[in-house]
Design a protein around this ligand. Structure first.
Ligand SMILES: *Cc1c(COP(=O)(O)O)cnc(C)c1O
Length: 363
């Protein structure tokens, strides 16, 4: 026998072995429309594609160490110093760096729940303790409860605004009150992945100038339509960003992603087109759901939250049967990415089907 039943295999750290797995949306590989990952429904503009092709011709060379050109462009438009900006392969990667730099064993990270499913995973990788705080009855961050969750062990608070998957945003006054009440030694990670769809541009420069404990995370994946290339940026005070930069892998942003992000950053017409497409679809879709008696929270993002509770998985299955992938959270609801009227029509048909089924089951 050449099997070695007693051979030990390398053991990961217990926290790593216990991490939840980032879920895949049911049917997303085979459907006609993808409405499960909040991707843009608009393909890259010709200017972006040309920039990608130009960068690809030099793919044998390393990019700049830290994404210097993109940092310069962001710092100029946002009105912050270059040492206040860190760029990387997606905003999630940057969030991971910040959690690694500022949290860890023995510390707690407060975040809303239901919120982005990546948070418990990223906090677990940093070996910190996640402290989830339930959303309020309007599907918003419960700012009072989040403040009540602060302890001497709190190292950071995550704020997802607009919140994924409910789409809700905090009224600016409530957000400000929350930031004012968080002690200045606690890092505040503001995830603004969907900010552009909110049609507001809170002054990130002023925010981080007033509050050196805040980092704002933004992405090229949603309103810039570059999810497949992986690019994001973070803005904060020079002091906190120095630590984030210190944890960053060298060459973390690929040359192709940087070129595409730079082109998308200057192609403001393209971003406007994506935002307009989403806004139009979102309002039409919410109105159609409302006409069917299905309440949806006021979404400020590129998706709509359908709080269908126990019918979530049945609705997801009905959507997939009709050719559109959506994201179900069992017992809670379904998140539908918007921006394609045909996909939204298919979801509405699935909603009608599930509603009828539920009604006939009740008879
Ligand atoms: C989509 C999304 C991101 C973006 O992540 P990238 O790594 O930049 O693609 C970040 N935060 C939230 C809440 C998101 O929904």
């Amino acid at each position: 026998m050449n099997t070695r039943p007693t051979a030990a295999t390398p053991t990961p750290r217990p926290r790593i072995a216990a991490l939840p797995v980032y879920s895949r949306a049911a049917g997303s590989a085979s459907v006609r429309w993808r409405a499960s990952s909040n991707e843009s429904t608009v393909a890259p503009s010709p200017a972006i594609r040309a920039a990608v092709a130009r960068a690809a011709a030099h793919a044998h060379l390393y990019p700049s160490l830290a994404g210097d050109d993109l940092i310069a462009a962001i710092s100029e438009r946002m009105g912050v110093r270059e040492d206040q900006v860190v760029v990387g392969g997606g905003s999630l990667a940057l969030l991971q760096l910040a959690l690694t730099a500022f949290t860890g064993p023995g510390t707690e990270v407060i975040h809303a729940w239901r919120s982005y499913e990546a948070y418990p995973i990223l906090i677990g990788i940093a070996d910190a303790q996640a402290v989830p705080v339930a959303l309020d009855h309007e599907y918003r961050h419960d700012t009072q409860a989040m403040l009540a969750a602060l302890t001497p062990r709190t190292s950071a608070m995550l704020i997802c605004d607009p919140n994924n998957p409910t789409g809700t945003a905090l009224p600016p006054r409530r957000l400000r009150a929350l930031l004012d009440a968080v002690p200045s030694h606690v890092l505040v990670l503001m995830d603004r992945a969907y900010q552009e769809f909110d049609r507001t541009e809170p002054d990130a420069a002023a925010l981080v100038a007033e509050r050196p404990n805040v980092i704002v995370f933004r992405t090229f994946s949603k309103a810039y339509g570059l999810a497949g290339l992986r690019a994001g940026y973070a803005i904060g005070s020079p002091e906190v960003m120095r630590a984030v930069r210190a944890t960053a892998p060298p060459f973390g942003l690929s040359a192709v992603a940087e070129a595409a992000a730079l082109a998308a950053w200057s192609d403001r017409e393209h971003t406007r087109h994506i935002v307009d497409t989403v806004t139009e679809s979102r309002e039409t879709f919410r109105r159609a759901l409302g006409e069917r008696g299905l309440f949806t929270p006021d979404s400020r993002a590129n998706f709509v939250w359908l709080p269908v509770g126990d019918r979530a998985e049945a609705l997801q299955a009905a959507c997939v049967r009709r050719g559109v992938s959506v994201r179900a959270f069992a017992g809670e609801g379904v998140r539908v990415t918007v921006g394609c009227p045909q996909a939204e029509a298919a979801v509405l048909a699935a909603v009608d089907e599930c509603g009828d089924r539920a009604a006939s089951a009740a008879q």
